[in-house]
Design a protein around this ligand. Sequence first.
Ligand code: DC
Length: 224
Amino acid sequence: MKINIAIDGPSAAGKSTIAKKLAEKLHYVHLDTGAMYRCTGMKAKNTGIDLEDEQTICDMLKDTTIRLTPEGGVYLDGNEVTSRIRTDEISLAASAISKHPGVRADLVARQKQMAQEGGFIMDGRDIGTVVLPDAQVKVFMTASAAARAKRRYDQNIASGIPSESLETITKEIEQRDYQDTHRSASPLTKAPGAVEIDTSDMTIQQVCDAIWALAEPYVTKEDE
Ligand code: DC
């Protein structure tokens, strides 16, 4: 059986980029759990639900399908929303709805179900603590707020997404960090046994190599 790898950390620390690259190398499936919170935030917003109204959002989820393809596509109720969920407005909506325990319980159950077979690299905020506490490799990926804002800004520009100024993105990242670490339901925190990697001054390749070094002993064993 293939192992699971859990990558947690604050927004824009590079989790998805790294997870995607590692998944290609290992022939594993990358599961970007943030995309599920983004879909939930976007649907709630678009249907005029108050983001504080936990019960109505939970009811909405009962009638919601979220599909993540191995190629990175995101489908909400059958419609492709891969880039539409990446706006700064939806980032904040995702962070807002992610504080509700009922919303988390629904999405976490879906994630656990998906990872049963092994062979997943999941990234999020509560993967090592709640979704995959038994993951063989757990990483807590951090970077300074300034480094993360610069990356998100460059990413927006490169993908043609309308971008706020660097200053506004930095403020939004700090606001999300605060929300994500101060909520009572599964706040962002380093899981027991997780290895912390500060990526502020590291290249993508260096981060991949560092995680590969952690995973290699398990992956090599699998092949034996
Ligand atoms: O990783 P991301 O920036 O796409 O995540 C969007 C929001 O979803 C983030 O502010 C916090 C929330 N989130 C969460 O609470 N738990 C996860 N496992 C993934 C994301």
